[in-house]
Design a protein around this ligand. Structure first.
Ligand code: ATP
Length: 323
């Protein structure tokens, strides 16, 4: 077995553990030439995602090379690889290895065959019944609970990063936010460029840390609690088929969430328990948000029969200060 330094004998020198981390990383290194790169699947902040072949079908996430120009980015990338290789759960995308030799940096994972929840909900306008909605939420909270138990913060949980493959949830992109941030310059003059849909997932404490001039070293304060806030938003999207704060300009969302205001759920046709999950996950105080294990218990108790959304009861979000 390979030691990664975490369980190493305390007498070991730091140098030893550093070298064992690099030795372990080497085991996950995939020579770029071994990859048979296929079509572009899509582009994100991180770079370009290709389908490809490496001992079977894989997804290849290539880092945008124009931003990989220093040691720091490379180190951040390797740190994410260290995080990735620790994950083994049926609701998490399978990490297969990484190309770690500049100028070719890429992460190789299993290829998700289904569609993302984002596509189901916001593009195809699919309506899930309550039983399916709960089943999806349960699997997300299982995968996320596992990540947290392993000490990993997702940092970017959103419907775009959750695939649904024949009824099975697969979560992707955990822990990659740091690399994304380092690679992608979000500053353009005095503007903070905000990816569409991103704000709805930002917990109040993260929202309050946004700066118009974000220094490259300013990390946003992502924690397991901020992941739980994101889960609340995903739960809302599943229930309502739309984003919270729909129609509000970014500055209004930033101001409202930062001040502890939540969208009203008065017009959401759902039981008290269903709404309670939302409100708990969206708690202003991070430590008041439930852990995934508790969310799981609540989800298990929900009645699965009733349809939660009805076209005759459109959901109108009114601004409210309930918290
Ligand atoms: P953002 O950069 O804002 O997170 P994004 O999630 O769309 O946006 P990427 O994660 O880079 O960006 O993904 C780009 C595209 O590749 C998306 O269409 C995504 O669904 C797809 N994709 C990502 N990972 C996989 C995978 N393992 N299998 C199949 N498709 C994938």
């Amino acid at each position: 077995t390979v030691s990664d330094g975490e369980n190493a004998d305390p007498r070991c020198t730091r140098q030893n553990s550093v070298s064992s981390v690099s030795q372990s990383l080497r085991e996950w290194d995939i020579p770029y030439d071994e990859l048979d790169r296929g079509e572009v699947i899509g582009k994100g902040r991180f770079g370009i995602v290709y389908s490809g072949n490496w001992h079977g079908h894989v997804a290849i996430k290539e880092l945008r090379m124009d931003y990989v120009n220093d040691e720091k980015t490379l180190e951040a990338f390797k740190a994410e690889v260290v995080t990735f290789r620790k994950t083994r759960h049926e609701n998490l995308v399978l990490f297969m290895g990484a190309c770690m030799k500049p100028p070719r940096l890429a992460i190789v994972t299993s290829l998700c065959k289904g569609r993302t929840l984002y596509t189901h909900i916001h593009v195809q306008k699919d309506k899930f019944n309550m039983s399916k909605t709960i089943m999806i939420a349960q699997q997300i909270s299982q995968g996320m609970g596992y990540l947290h138990a392993r000490g990993i913060v997702h940092k970017d949980l959103k419907t775009k990063n959750i695939f649904l493959e024949s009824g099975k949830v697969v979560i992707t992109d955990f822990g990659l936010f740091n690399v994304t941030r380092l690679c992608h310059d979000t500053r353009r003059g005095n503007w903070l460029s905000i990816p569409p849909g991103w704000l709805c997932y930002l917990a109040p404490e993260v929202m309050r840390s946004l700066r118009v001039i974000q220094k490259p070293d300013d990390g946003l304060p992502f924690t397991p609690y901020s992941d739980i806030y994101c889960f609340g938003t995903v739960w809302y999207e599943l229930l309502c088929g739309e984003w919270p704060h729909k129609g509000l300009p970014p500055e209004a969302i930033i101001w409202q969430v930062g001040r502890g205001m939540k969208p009203s759920l008065a017009n959401l046709q759902a039981s008290r328990d269903v709404k309670d999950i939302l409100m708990a996950c969206w708690s202003y105080q991070p430590y008041e948000r439930p852990e995934f294990a508790n969310i799981q218990i609540t989800l298990n108790k929900l009645p699965k029969k009733r349809l939660h959304r009805s076209p005759s009861h459109p959901i109108h979000l009114s601004r409210s200060a309930e918290s």
